[in-house]
Write a protein that binds this ligand. Structure first.
Ligand code: SIN
Length: 342
């Protein structure tokens, strides 16, 4: 994989390591133009396509992956987080990761939990590939680099920068299949913006980190409640080798009554986290008392995801389970993350 430097033109600007992982931002048509675009642009070429980058930072680039984000595994994310730690150990002021946008909301949150450093990890991508008019990759890279060197971005964990908005990794969601403004943070809005190469923050979030995974990250299932779900999918999970489950319940954390017994059975073998399928707000604790309500489920032993949505709760539970062999300890580590998120 290639490594490349783009030296800034001043001595008073910061140093950024940029890791390219593929995705739309690095995708171009192949010889058969009807076959669609595929990731192929090296990180070194990507930074050369960004006008004025040298006035923002010294950027050292490296292509770590050339793939669609749909194919990332937790093993990839752990390896990439090791490369991020190495870059911090070499003294850079911040790290930028460019990747496919499809699951940035999960990968950026995984970096939040895997990288324990006050310097920022800024994840970005593009909604339009470089062959399209108005491709947004270069502007997103320049904004992400501006955030990565900002002293104000320290202590905020991982950030996602798209469309000149700065989102906390724990809250950001991809809300649209193709719009340039596809990213939003329904809990609180973006925590800042980038204007004229400067990061402006409106609010701050607490740093998060979790103990490192000790081995492979075992699979955690995600089940979304739907109208009249009879719970058969939950029952089927018992024999499938999952180590945990996240249930996205209705509203404040409710499931249909026929799902309650299957969940209770499954709890005997694995931790189960209760999130809200709404994607915003906080799972309730003490409002509803019917069978399948948040009070009923938490009394049975489900763990609340708090303000984390189902996708983020799944990332946190997966990494918590991978960090210890002790189920109670993993559940406690998950709850610590939920508490810090607020
Ligand atoms: C991907 O996520 O790898 C493809 C789509 C994108 O980058 O927006």
């Amino acid at each position: 994989m290639s490594e490349h430097d783009r030296r800034g033109n001043r001595d008073d600007i910061g140093r950024v390591a940029l890791f390219g992982l593929g995705g739309t931002i690095a995708s171009l048509p192949t010889e058969d133009s009807s076959a669609g675009v595929v990731p192929s642009v090296e990180a070194s070429t990507l930074i050369l396509s960004v006008p004025g980058l040298e006035s923002v930072a010294h950027v050292e680039s490296r292509t770590l992956r050339q793939m669609a984000s749909a194919n990332f595994s937790f093993a990839d994310l752990i390896e990439i987080s090791d490369a991020i730690r190495d870059a911090f150990a070499s003294g850079v002021d911040g790290v930028v990761v460019t990747q496919g946008t499809d699951n940035i909301e999960e990968t950026a949150f995984a970096f939040d939990l895997l990288v324990d450093d006050e310097r920022p990890v800024v994840v970005t991508g593009a909604m339009r590939n470089p062959s399209l008019p108005g491709a947004d990759g270069p502007a997103n890279v320049r904004a992400a680099v501006a955030v990565a060197v900002s002293p104000h971005a320290r202590g905020l964990g991982s950030l996602v920068v798209m469309n000149d908005e700065i989102h906390a990794a724990r809250f950001v969601r991809k809300m649209h299949a193709s719009s340039l403004s596809a990213f939003a943070s329904p809990q609180c809005g973006p925590i800042g913006v980038v204007v004229e190469d400067r990061a402006h923050f409106y609010t701050r979030v607490e740093p998060l980190a979790m103990a490192r995974p000790k081995g492979d990250v075992a699979p955690v299932a995600l089940v979304r409640c739907a109208l009249a779900d009879d719970g058969r999918m939950v029952s089927a999970l018992a024999g499938l080798g999952y180590r945990g489950l996240v249930v996205e319940g209705f509203g404040g954390g409710h499931v249909p009554e026929p799902m309650v017994e299957p969940l209770s059975e499954l709890l005997l073998t694995m931790p189960i986290v209760l999130a809200s399928r709404t994607g915003a707000g906080v799972v309730l604790e003490s409002t509803y008392g019917f069978a399948g309500s948040e009070i009923d489920l938490c009394n049975r032993g489900l763990t609340s995801a708090g303000a984390l949505d189902g996708l983020k709760a799944r990332v946190a539970l997966s990494l918590a389970l991978a960090s210890t062999d002790n189920r109670a300890e993993a559940e406690a580590r998950f709850r610590d993350v939920v508490k810090t998120v607020g």
